[in-house]
Design a protein around this ligand. Structure first.
Ligand code: GLA
Length: 439
């Protein structure tokens, strides 16, 4: 519809207003408006590492074919349909030296069509592309880092239409990171191409004994690593769960729409986790509001692991609109309870995702019995409780109701408790809305 003259005027005022607000937001906190919920996608590192041997291992080397194949499978096998969107290249995509003009060069053999062609391929599937670089002199695997080339590298990523940049921190000084990581965020923004910015800033500072400035980190980064690289084992997953539980008072408050803690990739479907353990990683990562970055061979993943990765109910917990990171609220004799406030909210009462985790190794499922009140669920309107892995509906339960679950060793039971709205109040609100509309 063509706007009227007055319409043009108000449209102009509106547009100027938006420009001013956008400018102010950028000047105050450099928000790039991205990652309102934790990013979801696929990342090569944990599963494919730095395999550059395309001659002997063409199907598994880090190459354009690998990323094309994974993009195709993300579509055909239903991952994109449940929210996985980014196809992220990790280390080892580069030539060992820059071009004479200083530009980064993707490996000439393994990425022979060039990065723009791969980016176009991924975008043509409706997906987005992520790339890896390093704040220091070299990437962790020894390829050229961005130091001294920040402007031209950011411009290069924008020209390749990159949507996501992971900036690692090997071969750099942790005390330079406050300035360096925030500067690169400004440079990325100045390209005009929106790019999610994934930082390793806090983890390297923590290793160096420096207390990270999380206020700055969450202002400049969309996500960041706090702890060790994940490895293909339950011990590694447990160590990450413990780190996030033990340090939750410092870590959890920093998460929110646009800025997330990154406990590292999902290793579900690889060699190291049992079925129960894979369910646990997915449940706890969703409680942690973690980025869901699968690092698995989508060509050979077993159906039961694929089913975990595509569990829409648990993905919805991870992607909850409030973006509040959950916490460990109980830990005793190998039993843990993790809880996350989620939508819908009724008055001051949140709904909750609850994960009961059994860390015991005595080989038999453990019973856990607890009242809703003990879990902090105190709304007298009650909660509709359902199991997010099994098809069990507990129907409406009240704060004094005791619920009992059986949790398998190294496994979880994951529940959602949706707060019920008081019907009489709802009718009142509707009536008030009706009268205020009349006035
Ligand atoms: C570091 C990062 C990993 C991965 C490797 C690549 O160890 O933490 O996630 O990117 O570098 O070399």
């Amino acid at each position: 519809m063509k706007p009227s003259k007055g319409g043009y005027k108000s449209h102009l005022i509106y547009s100027v207003g938006i420009i001013i607000i956008t400018f102010l937001r950028q000047a105050v906190c450099l928000e790039n408006g991205l990652a309102r919920t934790p990013p979801m996608g696929w990342l090569s590192w944990e599963r494919f590492r730095c395999n550059t041997d395309c001659e002997n291992d063409p199907d598994n080397c880090v190459s354009e074919q690998l990323f094309q194949t994974m993009s195709d499978l993300m579509i055909t096998d239903g991952y994109a349909a449940v929210g996985y969107e980014y196809v992220n290249i990790d280390d080892c995509w580069l030539e060992k030296f820059r071009a004479p003009n200083g530009k980064l060069v993707p490996d000439r053999k393994r990425f022979s069509s060039g990065m723009k062609a791969l980016s176009d391929y991924i975008h043509s599937r409706g997906l987005k592309i992520g790339i890896y670089e390093d704040f220091g002199n070299f990437t962790c695997a020894g390829y050229p880092g961005i130091i001294g080339h920040q402007y031209s590298d950011a411009k290069q990523f924008a020209e390749w239409n990159v949507d996501y940049v992971k900036l690692d921190g090997c071969y750099s000084l942790p005390q330079d990171m406050d300035a360096g990581y925030s500067e690169f965020e400004r440079i990325l923004n100045s390209t005009g191409k929106p790019m999610i910015y994934s930082c390793s800033w806090p983890v390297y500072q923590i290793y160096a004994g420096i207390q990270p400035n999380f206020t700055a980190i969450r202002t400049h980064c969309n996500l960041w690593r706090n702890f060790d690289d994940i490895q293909d084992s339950w011990a590694s997953v447990e160590s990450i769960i413990d780190y996030y539980g033990n340090n939750q008072d410092i870590i959890a408050p920093n998460a929110g729409p646009g800025h997330w803690n990154d406990p590292d990739m999902l290793i579900i479907g690889n060699f190291g986790l049992s079925y129960e353990q894979a369910k646990t990683q997915f449940a706890i990562w969703s409680i942690l509001a973690a980025p869901l970055l699968m690092s698995v061979d989508l060509r050979t993943i077993r159906p039961e692991f694929k089913e975990i990765l595509q569990n829409r109910k648990i993905i919805a917990v991870d992607q909850d609109v409030f973006g509040i990171q959950g916490r460990r609220i109980y830990k005793h004799k190998g039993i843990e309870i993790w809880s996350r406030p989620i939508a819908p909210l009724y008055q001051t009462y949140y709904s909750y995702a609850i994960a009961f985790l059994n860390r015991r190794t005595d080989g038999t499922p453990s019973d856990v019995a607890v009242t809703l009140k003990e879990l902090g669920l105190i709304s007298n309107t009650g909660y509709r409780v359902e199991d997010l892995y099994e098809n069990v509906d507990y129907e409406i339960l009240y704060p004094t109701t005791k619920i009992k679950v059986k949790v398998n060793p190294s496994g979880v039971v994951m529940l959602k408790a949706e707060v019920q709205t008081n019907r009489i109040n709802q009718l009142l609100v509707k009536k008030l809305d009706f009268f205020s509309a009349l006035n």
